[in-house]
Design a protein around this ligand. Structure first.
Ligand code: 3HC
Length: 300
């Protein structure tokens, strides 16, 4: 009935950032038996996350996917805080899932670096920045690693474990063990590279889908249909952009362009127009498609 995997070791985990990714990562860790603090400076974001996680879990219990007792125990292990460094002094692992802004992330890690133990793993869920962009923000760069979850984190099995040039073997091994303990599939990158593995492949597909659409070859619906029915994708690239948040891909592209200065890395006109109009996907009720109600459990 339950797919809860007993952890090899019960850890104290601090997840910073209660958006769609951070909140689901926190619950995944709590369901796996860890003691989790979910922190966000925005109290409303925490309230929203709590409500949405509880709703999703009630549905899972109602469908017989999880045992009510396991879910209740997980929520007992999940504490919410508005202080981003709450419990950082005891944390074995910190997972940062805040906004995709390098300065914000570096500032957070600098603060955490003053509070956490030297052996605390400092992990980022970022899709935009390789570990070496963050690792010198706090002492002990060998404890930095990226743990890149996929959206929706409660469902998607893959977690990319991205080693930076300084990441120690011990930190990489403990990260892999943690991901396995979540019942997920770690995929290790021995060397860092922008976009990691899955997003590099996804971006190539997404860019081609946008090119086909902008050239007037086919509608968004037809391109998604081809990807689903010819390639076996669970969702087409436009549906997926609506799920993950059009602004997320937009910011990732801008971050890449800032590094490469290659015009090919700039966001497309279509995506830029949607972001400027505030049509960010399911979370705003409109993106490439229009939705009856905004779904804030999606899109970081
Ligand atoms: N949050 C949590 N769980 C969700 C969810 C969400 N937003 N949306 C759906 N689910 C769960 C449902 O509760 C359901 O669970 P159940 O099987 O236990 O009842 C299960 O997922 C299937 O949902 P549905 O039946 O409603 O719908 P689908 O069968 O269409 O599945 C999907 C939805 C799992 C999102 C599936 O379409 C899918 O796998 N899509 C592709 C997702 C993907 O490619 N993600 C990677 C994005 S890239 C990324 O994250 C990188 C980052 O850097 C941007």
């Amino acid at each position: 009935m339950s797919d809860t995997t007993p952890p090899t070791e019960r850890l104290k985990v601090l997840v910073v950032g209660a958006g769609a990714m951070g909140s689901q990562i926190a619950l995944v860790a709590a369901l796996a038996g860890h003691d989790v603090a979910l922190a966000d400076v925005d109290a409303d974001a925490l309230d929203r996350a709590d409500r949405q996680l509880r709703e999703r879990m009630s549905q899972q219990v109602a469908k017989g996917r999880r045992a009510a007792a396991d879910v209740a125990a997980a929520f007992d292990r999940l504490a919410l805080h508005t202080d981003p460094a709450a419990g950082a002094e005891d944390a074995d692992l910190v997972i940062e899932a805040v906004v995709e802004d390098l300065d914000v992330k570096r500032e957070l890690f600098a603060t955490l670096g003053q509070v956490c133990r030297a052996d605390t793993i400092l992990a980022s869920n970022t899709s935009s920045f390789v570990p070496s962009r963050l690792a010198d923000a706090a002492p002990h760069p060998e404890r930095f690693v990226n743990l890149h979850f996929f959206n929706p984190a409660l469902v998607m099995r893959c977690v990319e474990v991205v080693r930076g040039p300084d990441t120690s073997d011990d930190v990489a091994a403990r990260s892999v063990a943690f991901v396995e303990g979540l019942g997920k599939q770690p995929v290790v990158l021995e060397k860092e590279i922008n976009g990691f593995i899955a997003n590099r492949i996804l971006n190539a597909v997404r860019d081609e889908a946008i090119r086909l659409h902008e050239a007037g070859i086919a509608s968004v619906e037809s391109i998604d249909l081809a990807c689903r029915t010819a390639l076996g994708y669970p969702m087409g690239p436009f549906e997926l952009m609506d799920l993950t948040g059009i602004d997320i891909g937009y910011r990732t592209k801008l971050a890449r362009h800032a590094e490469t200065n290659d015009p090919a890395d700039l966001p497309s006109r279509t995506v830029t127009d949607l972001v400027e109009a505030g049509h960010l996907g399911r979370k705003t009720g409109r993106g490439f498609y229009t939705y009856d109600t905004p779904d804030q459990t999606t899109g970081a």
